[in-house]
Design a binder for this molecule. Structure first.
Ligand code: MG
Length: 384
């Protein structure tokens, strides 16, 4: 019994990828099929490297050696006739310079997280073996001839995942002594009398088996990598006769007004377009066509609230936004705090996520000649 957990540096990984399974479709084994632009096995190797494990043995079928030679810094070992034999070949290859611990993992589980790998390694401080699993939550039936023949108590049942981790010397001895076929390395370990701790697995740690699993894995990867999106917006409105302008939801006295459909709130329009832009959802004109009379004169807060609500529906919230108004007059400074508060109120966010600032254009161009006001906005959207 150990008391101090091993470190990633004292741990090696064996990735079992010698199977010929083509249930996933295609004419090459699933671990070599492409997932988000790379072979499945490349993702699996990267997951272990990200967890700080540099010593990686990949067990391959001899036919796959040309594909596997593209992987840098891994040791290739040929598999045997059964999964047990494949794992044993890899353990023997490591035994010349034995690590403290070894994690044995299905090559076709590319989405394993750092957290799961750490949990397995940490548990090896207490037990000879540790493996991730999830409790069975669905009801279980026995079936016969297409009919439900009975129900099965699920109490104490777990769905096993990998990596299955072991003290190296213990699992090597267990594999050398094992004679019968085994479902996994936990079975081999238990046959040798080793205690194996259950640690928390994850629903995302799927074993790619069927074509639908690849679509699910692509979606999970996309989600992991796309947690932030940014968009920009730009708008201009010309001055006309009047005695006030609406800017970022605040009525500002001025000797002119802004011309346009609705209230011509140039700042709020730019911000709304930035949010639509971050989510590739077009612009205000697409959602509120100016040709449609119902939006003539509509208050701009309707547009901004719509963009935020649509984003929330798709799983995004505002990370922060920044609006810049470009004009010589009116002076924005005295109103900037009120604008920040009003935009935050409309979007239902804290004011510290909202910036409103202004600049002149040094009397140059249409804004410099006070023919109109321009606004730029950036919005950062984050996954809920
Ligand atoms: Mg506009």
């Amino acid at each position: 019994m150990q008391t101090k957990p091993p470190t990633a540096a004292q741990t090696a990984a064996i990735l079992v990828a010698a199977g010929r399974g083509t249930r996933a479709g295609g004419d090459i084994p699933k671990q070599w099929q492409m997932l988000a632009g790379q072979p499945v096995l490349a993702h699996t190797i990267a997951a272990f490297r990200a967890a700080g494990i540099d010593r990686i043995v990949v067990v391959i079928h001899p036919d796959d050696r040309p594909r596997a030679e593209g992987f840098d810094g891994v040791t290739l070992v040929h598999g045997g006739a059964t999964r047990d034999a494949s794992v044993r070949n890899a353990l023997e290859a490591l035994s010349a310079d034995p690590p403290d611990c070894v994690l044995i993992h299905d090559g076709a589980r590319p989405l394993v997280s750092r957290a799961i790998i750490s949990r397995v390694i940490d548990a090896l401080g207490q037990e000879s073996g540790a493996a991730p699993a999830l409790p069975v939550s669905d009801a279980l039936w026995r079936g016969a001839g297409g009919l439900v023949a009975g129900t099965q108590d699920r109490t104490g049942l777990w769905r096993a995942q990998t990596p299955q981790g072991f003290r190296f010397a213990d699992i090597l001895a267990a594999h050398r002594a094992h004679r019968a076929p085994a479902a996994d390395d936990v079975e081999v370990a238990r046959a040798a009398g080793l205690r194996v701790a259950i640690v928390e697995g994850a629903e995302d740690n799927i074993k790619l088996t069927f074509p639908a699993d690849f679509a699910r894995a692509e979606a999970i990867l996309k989600d992991r990598h796309m947690t932030i999106r940014i968009g920009n917006g730009y708008d201009v409105h010309a001055f006309t006769e009047g005695d006030h302008v609406w800017l970022c939801g605040v009525k500002v006295p001025h000797h002119k007004a802004l011309l346009g459909h609705s209230d011509a709130d140039v700042g709020m329009h730019a911000l709304t377009d930035a949010i639509y832009g971050a989510l590739a959802l077009g612009d205000i004109g697409r959602h509120f066509p100016p040709s449609d009379p119902q939006w003539k004169g509509a208050a701009s807060h309707i547009f901004l609230a719509h963009a935020i609500a649509l984003a929330a529906e798709k799983g995004w919230r505002l990370g922060n936004c920044d609006v810049t108004l470009v004009c010589e007059r009116p002076k924005i400074g005295p109103h900037a705090g009120a604008m920040q508060a009003e935009l935050a109120r409309i979007m239902g966010v804290s004011p510290d996520l909202v910036s409103v600032k202004a600049t002149t254009s040094e009397r140059l161009g249409f804004t410099g000649r006070e023919e109109g006001i321009a606004a730029l906005a950036t919005a950062c959207m984050v996954k809920i």
